[in-house]
Design a binder for this molecule. Sequence first.
Ligand code: FES
Length: 283
Amino acid sequence: MDSDKYPPEDGRRRFVKGVVGTATLTSVGTAASGALNAATSAAGGTGGPTSYVGIENTAGPAPRGMPLVPLTIDDEGYLKGIWPEVKEKELKDGSTLTITEQEIGGVTYTGRWFQYCGVQIAEGVRPDADQDNFLRSKPGLYEWQADHEQGQKLHVDDFADYEEWSNGIGSVGAGKAAQTTWRSQSDDDEDVKQLPVQVLRSPKVSDLPEESENADFLRAATESDFVAWLDKCTHFCCTPGFNASQDASKFNATDAVYCQCHQSVYDPFSPVELSFNAFPRPE
Ligand code: FES
């Protein structure tokens, strides 16, 4: 392993540029704790009011941003999403519930962030699902992934040209995106509801935490100019793309994430604190 190429945790965090409004950031910890209490006491036990950090919805009918997937890079340079710690939560009636919860940079990160648009029934959102968390290539949306095997692990070297890359849709050097699946491997792929995740490597990612009250979270959730989010449009659950559609420029969505279904636009360089009512998992 080249330690300069895949720097360790302490050496990789860089600068931050914030975009999060102060009004949205008050009582983050309190809100998250409240969400946990509500979720564990609600019918179904595993959904409920949930605070999260997502990429901002800036135009179109989508009601809110798409949740970030905190990521890391392993010692061999492969990209991995971070899955929150699995815990047993004791309920008021004395029974226990398996949950996912982890403090990351002052933000409570849970698997409930992803429980919408049918993802709540995916095997991968079960807290202790047998998954390895690597971000795995899903060719189709981006031509550059055409020579990938479906499901191969994405590597830092796949993005080595990100500072000069363009597919003719966005600006040169705006960033290189990939379509992936996360926590979606199975012996029988046909039966797995996948977690689609888009990953982007852009020089602008290292600026995200600057002036943000979520700076510590954003430093921990991004690495080496990579950021990732669950790619499920919060409007009607299509899979948008960063510089993936020639139509994006018609809707002021160049160098942004554009949903071709009904023209929603998301800004991957504007992480914001949001909340929603997560669906419970079926169990
Ligand atoms: S804008 Fe409707 S599904 Fe994305």
